[in-house]
Ligand binder design. Structure first.
Ligand code: FE
Ligand code: FE
Length: 168
């Protein structure tokens, strides 16, 4: 049996950082597809805006790796793969219907919530590890993920859910 003391919080932080780097890169590829699929202009614009933000999220993560003196290398995250796969299913199954945008929003919010849990944890651990610069970088991204989640709720409330409800 390995001793419990051989892996540190820094190891766990690094491992989780690799997980979210992989996830962000996958999200970066998924967002243009979601923008293209969106029926409503505000939703399309929202996905495009968040694609640009996501590019910066990747850059910030690369900075955190640099602060740790580690190579920015992702690690396969089956969680985000599954969430994105479900989003693709919705795109296929609800294509061309009035319910599509409500479905796209629900899929996108699952992604944002995944990111929020990861960045929330990473920020907290960075605080514990005294990594002040990393805390600031992770917090900026956390705020943008939360704002994106709220913007998606606003679009759902303003139009998408209503259109879905009145679909034949
Ligand atoms: Fe992100
Ligand atoms: Fe995001």
């Amino acid at each position: 049996m390995p001793t419990k003391s051989e892996k540190s919080l820094e190891d766990l932080f690094h491992d989780t950082l690799r997980d979210i780097l992989y996830a962000e890169k996958k999200i970066l590829k998924a967002l243009p597809k979601m923008a293209k699929a969106a029926e409503a202009e505000d939703l399309r614009a929202g996905f495009e805006k968040h694609r640009d933000e996501t590019e910066v999220h990747v850059e910030r993560l690369q900075e955190v790796f640099e602060l740790m003196g580690k190579r920015a290398q992702g690690k396969t995250c089956p969680g985000i793969d599954g969430i994105l796969e479900e989003g693709e299913e919705i795109m296929e199954e609800f294509k061309g219907t009035s319910t599509l945008d409500a479905g796209l929003i629900s899929a996108a919010q699952a992604v944002e919530h995944y990111e929020i849990t990861r960045y929330g944890t990473l920020k907290r651990w960075a605080e514990e590890l005294g990594m002040t610069d990393a805390v600031a970088l992770l917090d900026q991204t956390l705020q943008e993920e939360a704002a994106t989640d709220e913007a998606l709720t606003a679009i759902a409330d303003a139009s998408a859910n209503d259109r879905a409800k009145h679909a034949a």
